[in-house]
Design a protein around this ligand. Sequence first.
Ligand code: GP9
Ligand code: MN
Length: 692
Amino acid sequence: MAKFFKGLYAKLNTTLGFFFLMTALFWLKTYIAYRTKFTLGVESPIQQFILALNPLPTALLLFGIALYFRGKLSYWLMLIIDALQTTWLFANILYYREFSDFLSIGIVKGSGSVDNNLGKSLAGILHFSDLFVYLDVLVLIVLLLTKLIKVDKRPLKKRFAVTMTVFSIALMMMDYGLSVKDRSGLLTRTFDNNYIVKYLGLNEYAAFNAYQTHQQATSRSQASKADMKSVQKYLKNNPAGENFQYFGKEQGKNVFVFHLESFQQFLINYKYKGQEVTPNINAFYKDQNTLSFDNFFHQVAQGKTSDAEMMMENSLYGLPTGSAMISYGTSNTFQAAPAILSQHGYTTAAMHGDVPSFWNRGNTYKSWGYQNFFSKSFYPNADKPSYNVGYGLKDKIFLKDSAKYIQQLPQPFYAKVISVTNHYPYLLGKKDSSFPQTDTGDNTVDGYVVTAHYLDQAFGEFINYLKKVNLYDNSMIVVYGDHYGISNNHRPAIAKLLGKKKVTNYDLAMFQKVPFMIHAPGVQGGVNHTYGGEIDALPTMMDLLGIKTTGNYIMMGQDLLSTQRNQIVPFRDGNFVTPQYTKVGSQVYDTATGKLLDLTASQKKQVTSDQDHVNTVLGLSDKIMTRDLLRFYTPTGFKKVNKSDYNYSVSSTNSRLKQEQKDNPTSVQAKNGGKSTSSDYKTDAPELSKSK
Ligand code: GP9
Ligand code: MN
């Protein structure tokens, strides 16, 4: 035994021995930090394995650089690289504690005016145990200084260094291969920085982020004011048309934007085994004050929810690949709904039962001018497994606890409420399920009505609360489905659900319809058949609120209530739907009948011109996004958003709300004599009744 240790000790006195000791320590501490300092959402044995593996490749690669040098220099290099990597880890631990996200190059450089007050609050967020990450660096230095470990002066054979470099890169590829197998689209769609760190590691995340930042900076630097002029010229030549009938009818009202996750239009009035799947949403659809649209399409691409949010609140398209909120949300200039409305006296808030890093909401919402963002950590017991399913809190629980915050918002307010339970793979425990599964035989499809029914019940409870506290008649309530829930890969199941033998490309295009409804107490409702999509939501809402957007704001959509609109609905892949034509790839269908057309010369001409329009708007929108063109133009009456005005931490949000109850006592709670209205919120969520 003693001999063994002696042998081991002797090895430590060689360059390679020291190298492996340092690597092992770095690996271990990074893994401990992963498990104790971050919430990476490791879910399966393969993810456990990947997480345990992922600190190793870059440790070997970077420490391995030192192996190309000899003697003292080699040791010094290793220590410097160790200290740098450790500092990156340490800085992320601190940043994560405050923002539940990882540092990005943009934030480190302080560009894009992202001031996170990190310096100021450093003392407040540092835990003593964070310092453990420096322990091994310190120990190694002491061992060297005291000569307990001696510097090996002999040069190492070059082939050792080269082997280490090759081996570490191979290991990195292996990690990447395993990761992409487990989470496809990891780097193209990105989703959440937590995912990149969980799968690839903190250093790889840094490299990926640096690459993205570089790409963005390049496309940004190509832009000039003239680009913006061409966008303005286009909008001027293609005006949306005035909307005299509805303009300003909802002026000054509170606004709710209620996000129905993965909710498709076909669910409206859909019955299974004689039972309505979504009775509450159906009732809302038919409400005499609800303007409902039955030819409204989602227009998202890979960014899914984030694309929908981008369109709904900016009237700008998502990108053809990836998520614009992730790539540009932190750094770009935006003139989004929350910013516009807060400058018209509104309090603005977004609510969502997931972590703020998902789709980069925590940063993007600041760019959009949200004053408040209530994400997962604002909700009681948010980490209880029984309270969660899939991406976050179960809707019934989330909505009930959101009411606590809604009641504190000074009126008028703009509140976006994002549900999440009706999300693929549509799994819900027995206790929460009160609707039979469909029997298409396709497992990923059959639970869809079950979670949709659950979402509907949650929605019903929420609307009842709004009625109880007089918000229903005081608010414009916009309800929309963000994108399909059943993807086109499930043709046979879709056919079964729709009661058809089989589905054509036309049917699938129509299957992309999602609900869009505006409950507007000041107007007569009804079902409107105009063709439009998510890109058109914002101009529609703004006109109802009496805020003129045409000729001032840069919006790619048109008011759905304007009678002169073009009714061309572009999809992100370049296909489109108009009242006449539905174009899918090389096929063109008659939209009214679903018949495949053999185009006449004049039809061809029309389709070509529609296609031109589609290509132009998508191209212009992409230019605005990738070149950050809105920085060159500020609409009249609009003040540029300053991201450092916003702080979404729980403590500062709560103290801000408290202060606002005094300074501007117009919230529901303030008007209720300061008393909470929580008891007016009735839910049958089994998780909540049990805990009582
Ligand atoms: C996660 C949720 C889901 O926070 O919004 O996003 P999706 O997967 O639908 O894009
Ligand atoms: Mn979604």
